[in-house]
Write a new protein. Structure first.
Length: 194
């Protein structure tokens, strides 16, 4: 008896090439807020400031040094401005405001006009020295690019804080590192802090 050999099966090996779709850029929609802890410190500072100014005005008034209406008006104006600063800082401590919104195409700082990444010539990180060192990133726009600036932005036009600056000192260190990393990916970056 002859054993029948099993039928030959031919396995066709198909060379399947996996086609990978081109990588899509991940959608960026990152919002950063002011650091609540720093805002609470600002409220405490403003409470102390208002108390101090009130005590000075009371002391001057009790000792008869506020004799003219001009002096009294000036002191009341200073007290009013410090109370308004206290109200403002209390409001933003309770309801933290948006510091920046970053998308794939643009950045919006506070509630200012949106700035496109393509309009930015370069970003420069710096440290300003006022009462204490303040780290920030100044976004320098390309020549010829114009934006409708707010009053505060107009005041910063000829300052180290440009009209489009990100106050790293007002953020948590974690958020400051995140925003720094995104900006480095989106435009030319000059780091003056070493």
């Amino acid at each position: 008896m002859v054993k029948a050999s099993p039928p030959k099966t031919t396995k066709k090996t198909t060379n399947k090439t996996k086609q990978t779709a081109p990588k899509k850029e991940t959608k960026l929609n990152q919002t950063f807020y002011y650091d609540r802890k720093k805002l609470v410190y600002l409220v405490i500072f403003n409470v102390l400031l208002v108390s101090f100014i009130y005590m000075i005005i009371s002391c001057l008034s009790n000792h008869g040094y506020l004799t003219s209406k001009i002096m009294l008006t000036f002191h009341l104006l200073v007290l009013t401005l410090s109370v308004l600063a206290l109200i403002g800082s209390t409001f933003v401590a309770i309801f933290p405001q948006r510091l920046a919104l970053l998308t794939n195409d643009s950045i919006t700082i506070d509630h200012n006009e949106t700035l496109k990444w393509t309009d930015i010539d370069y970003a420069k990180e710096f440290k300003a020295h006022y009462i204490y060192p303040q780290h920030a990133i100044a976004l320098h726009t390309k020549e010829g690019v114009t934006h409708q600036l707010t009053f505060m932005q107009k005041m910063c036009q000829n300052n180290v804080f440009t009209p489009f600056s990100i106050p790293l000192y007002a953020m948590t260190p974690k958020d400051a590192e995140k925003i720094r990393k995104i900006i480095k990916q989106k435009c030319k970056y000059k780091d003056l802090i070493k």
